[in-house]
Ligand binder design. Sequence first.
Ligand code: ATP
Length: 245
Amino acid sequence: ERGTARLTARGLVRRYGGIEAVAGVDLTAPAGRVTALIGPNGAGKSTLFDCLAGTARPDAGLVLLGGRDVTRLPVHERVRLGLARTFQQIAVFPRLSVAENVRVGAEQRPGTRRHREAGAAAERTARALAVLGLDALAAEPAGEQPTGVLRLVELARALAGEPRVLLLDEPAAGLDSAQTARLVTVLRGLADTGMALLLVEHDPDLVTELADTVYAMADGRMVATGPTATVLADPRVTRAWGGAE
Ligand code: ATP
């Protein structure tokens, strides 16, 4: 079922006062693929993410999660249906340990039969820690970890819920090159398991390494969509980015 649409936006509109931050957007994140959303500051990427995740309500259009209309569902119900997200601004519980932070994610999605089995949350926590190479830090207070580690903790927390769709807002921000390399391997591996990944990313090199498909946004609209190399070479995209990226 690789290629099947897992998360879809149709005709999405979100206004702030007189501004159409998202001005009629269509997007699909398929199973087994990494999809990147790029565009200059103010293009509407965060607003689109908020509409997909449920933290913003669109003024028009639809959000479909696995074919189901979730446009009016709150965040936690989308999480239950298999959506997970990481944020540009890292938010961990500083006094909880790394493992306890990850466990929060494991307990947020009790939806399936497998998830209700005794010990399942602990197992999913352990698996997510291992995938991100965080075992050695599991018992350490999260508040004492550097930014790079906290990004991985956030990602582990998202993975602990075993999502089918993962939204990532600049996942490599603050990571060193070794951590970024690990992140790329992990994210590609997740796509290979059939997960649908959608990320906002500014670094074209990282987009090239990671993404199968790119959606390029400017002024609330999609200016180009298609295979990564094609979109990154599109003059409309380089123009919108102003060569500053
Ligand atoms: P960045 O790369 O800087 O995060 P972005 O592509 O994510 O930018 P958005 O943050 O979605 O862009 O912003 C799109 C437009 O909507 C901008 O003009 C912004 O000022 C406006 N906007 C976003 N959120 C709000 C809000 N809560 N209230 C008012 N205007 C907003």
